[in-house]
Write a protein that binds this ligand. Structure first.
Ligand SMILES: [Zn+2]
Length: 146
């Protein structure tokens, strides 16, 4: 009798590897998620909140899919409700990393493959994979575990 062998998982991400924002990555070292998040606000809110102290503000939000109450970052919520709905939020002039980050902000961080990101960003899937699938992790975007 042979024991079932584990499927060999390639260490290198492929076009079908799902990525997401790993918020744990941000909590390591002195990376400042707040500053980066603020850079994604629309001009109006960036002005409005320039002096506001929103650091670590969490609010209750109801998950539309599961109806569960979750603690959600107030800045992310504001972005989803307003800034992300402004024209040009995800546009072809922003860098791939920033654009991908915005996609994950607005889709509640649902994992997406390079192919799926390519559709949303109107970019080349291989270019996206080369950018976010390398050794260097940009803005916490990395393959989902498992
Ligand atoms: Zn806004």
């Amino acid at each position: 009798m042979t024991l079932p062998t584990k499927p060999i998982r390639s260490l290198r991400p492929t076009l079908d590897t799902a990525f997401h924002i790993d918020y744990a990555w941000w909590s390591k070292g002195d990376r400042d998620l707040r500053v980066y998040l603020r850079s994604h606000l629309c001009a109006e809110h960036r002005d409005q909140l320039a002096e506001a102290n929103l650091d670590g503000d969490l609010v209750d939000a109801i998950d539309p899919a599961t109806a569960e109450v979750r603690r959600v970052d107030a800045l992310v919520l504001l972005m989803q409700a307003h800034c992300a709905r402004q024209p040009g939020f995800i546009n072809e002039h922003s860098g791939i990393v920033d654009a991908a980050f915005r996609v994950f902000l607005t889709n509640d961080n649902q994992p997406l493959t390079s192919r799926e990101l390519a559709e949303r960003l109107d970019r080349d899937a291989d270019t996206i994979l080369r950018t976010i699938g390398g050794k260097q992790i940009y803005q916490g975007i990395r393959p989902t575990a498992g």
